[in-house]
Design a protein around this ligand. Structure first.
Ligand SMILES: [Zn+2]
Ligand SMILES: [Zn+2]
Length: 238
C-alpha cells in the first residue's frame, strides 16, 4: 500500500504542533505526496486557533506549489445532542470536516458509552462532519456497530489514524481492529490520516497499512487513493 494524500494534518497554529504551512508543503514535495488536508483543532480545544484561521483558508487556491491543499478542520463534539464547534458559516469552504472527541473541551469526560454514541450519531445526522477522527480512542468508547452503520448510511468516512498506534490514545489498537471489521461489514468509506503534529510525520501511514492488510478492507472505499476520489467524496456532502 502506498497512499500519497494525508487527510489529517496539523500546523503550528494549533500550538502543540510545530510546523508551518510552508514547511508542510515543502515536506509534501520532498516526499512526493499529492496533497494533504490542513485540519487544525476547532475553537473549543484548549490550544486551537481562532475561527478566523478557518475562514481565511479562502485565500488559497486548490494547489500550492503543485500540492493539493484540502481546506479542513478537526472539530470537537461538544454535547450529546451532537453539537460541534464547526464554524457553520464556513461549511462549504471547509472540504475535510473531521470531528471527534477531544480532552479539554466542554464535552467533558467520555465514560458514558450511551452518551458518546448518541453524540456522534447526532453529529452525523446534523451534518456536522464528513469524517469521524480516531474513533478507536479508548477514552471515549462508543457502540461501534451503531455508529458505523449510521456512518455508512450518511456516507461519513471512518478514519484510521496512524498516531493512534504510535504516540497518541494508547490502547486504540484493539478497538481499531474491531472498527475495521465493522467497516468491512457495512462497506464504509475509509480515510487515512497521519495526525502529524510535525512535518516529519506527514504521510506516514505504516501502522495503518498493517491493520488494513490484516483485515483485507475493500480498497475502493479508501478515499485517499487519488485527488479525484477525495473530491468526489467531498461532493457527496455538499
Ligand atoms: Zn492535536
Ligand atoms: Zn488531530
Amino acid at each position: 500500500m502506498n497512499y500519497l494524500i494525508d487527510l489529517h494534518v496539523h500546523s503550528n497554529v494549533s500550538t502543540h504542533a510545530y510546523s508551518t504551512l510552508d514547511e508542510l508543503i515543502q515536506t509534501a514535495k520532498n516526499k512526493k505526496l499529492l496533497g494533504f488536508a490542513l485540519t487544525n483543532h476547532g475553537s473549543m480545544a484548549p490550544d486551537s486557533p481562532h475561527d478566523y484561521h478557518f475562514g481565511n483558508l479562502k485565500i488559497f487556491d486548490k494547489y500550492i506549489n503543485g500540492i493539493r491543499l484540502f481546506k479542513g478542520i478537526e472539530a470537537n463534539i461538544i454535547s450529546e445532542n451532537g453539537e460541534t464547534d464547526l464554524p457553520k458559516k464556513y461549511y462549504d469552504l471547509l472540504e475535510i470536516k473531521l470531528c471527534g472527541f477531544h480532552k479539554g473541551t466542554p464535552y467533558g469526560n467520555g465514560k458514558d458509552i450511551v452518551r458518546n454514541t448518541n453524540a456522534i450519531i447526532n453529529a452525523i445526522k446534523n451534518r456536522e462532519l464528513n469524517i469521524i477522527s480516531h474513533l478507536g480512542n479508548p477514552s471515549y468508547k462508543v457502540n461501534y456497530e451503531e455508529v458505523i452503520e449510521v456512518s455508512a448510511e450518511y456516507n461519513v468516512a471512518i478514519e484510521f489514524n496512524n498516531s493512534s498506534f504510535t504516540t497518541s490514545r494508547l490502547g486504540s489498537e484493539k478497538n481499531c481492529y474491531e472498527i475495521a471489521k465493522l467497516c468491512k461489514k457495512y462497506n464504509n468509506y475509509i480515510s487515512i490520516g497521519s495526525d502529524a503534529h510535525h512535518s516529519m510525520f506527514l504521510g506516514e501511514f505504516g501502522e495503518v497499512y498493517k491493520l488494513l492488510e490484516n483485515i483485507g478492507l475493500d480498497k475502493t472505499m479508501i478515499i485517499n487513493s487519488s485527488i479525484n476520489k477525495v473530491e468526489e467524496f467531498i461532493n457527496l456532502h455538499k
